[in-house]
Write a protein that binds this ligand. Structure first.
Ligand code: SF4
Length: 234
């Protein structure tokens, strides 16, 4: 699949938070088949976009940053839904950058093909497997995410699993259940982050009361007893 068929909505020229310990540019891929109510990039969900960047524009920008950036991250939307992803990753490597991927594991078999070319993956793990559909609106989403998580962990590629916590989907018990599932999978690096409630796809989630019991040190110690390396973004 040609790199020119990749639909990139937009680009962040400089980021210190999208690939740990690397200065990175971020490419936002258009399209996602899930509909998480808390999605804060609703404009990236449809396949069609009013504006997009051509691959030529992206390469011209990246060539001008070759000694200034370490890495490029494919984010979205869901990058693995685009068949041109592998070509895009390979072109970025040829330009001399490390390559990161943000994924929710929506398309396991495509992730498997791309993994050997990647340097780091931020894996959005949404909930215990049985609770996925409530968040994503997609029936097989938990199954696909689990399969992708196995592929990632088996690949040896560096990673961080991340969970976005909206109080309507998580209480302490649910978080402990998820941490236990991740520990059984063999996850070693994990990030918990508060849901940003501005610009949620489901507007009712924007107004839901914020309950932050999970942020107490006492509760985080319970999580760390299950998964030792846990970072927190409040
Ligand atoms: S998987 Fe990600 S991009 Fe897709 S709807 Fe959910 S939060 Fe949005």
């Amino acid at each position: 699949m040609e790199v020119n068929q990749l639909i990139i909505n937009s680009l962040t020229p400089f980021s210190t938070i999208d690939f740990p310990n690397r200065l990175a540019a971020v490419l936002f891929c258009q399209g996602c088949t899930w509909r998480c109510g808390y999605c804060h990039n609703p404009h990236l969900l449809t396949r069609q976009t009013g504006t997009s960047l051509s691959w030529k524009e992206i390469e011209i920008f990246l060539q001008s940053r070759q000694n200034l950036l370490d890495a490029v991250v494919f984010s979205g939307g869901e990058p693995t839904l685009q068949n041109g992803l592998l070509s895009g990753v390979q072109r970025i490597k040829q330009l001399g950058f490390k390559v990161g991927l943000h994924t929710a594991g929506i398309r396991p078999n495509h992730l498997l093909k791309v993994l050997p070319e990647l340097d780091w993956v931020g894996f959005d793990i949404k909930a215990p497997v049985a609770d996925y559909a409530k968040i994503t609106g997609s029936q097989n989403s938990g199954h696909n995410a689990l399969k992708s998580a196995h592929y990632l962990l088996d690949s040896g590629v560096d990673y961080e699993f991340r969970t976005t916590i909206h109080p309507l989907f998580f209480d302490e018990q649910k978080l402990l259940e998820l941490a236990t599932q991740l520990a059984k999978l063999g996850v070693k690096r994990y990030l918990l982050q508060s849901c940003r409630t501005t610009h949620c796809l489901d507007k009712t989630l924007s107004t839901a009361p914020r309950k932050n019991e999970w942020q107490t040190e006492q509760f985080l110690q319970k999580i760390r007893a299950i998964l030792p390396v846990v970072k927190v973004n409040i």
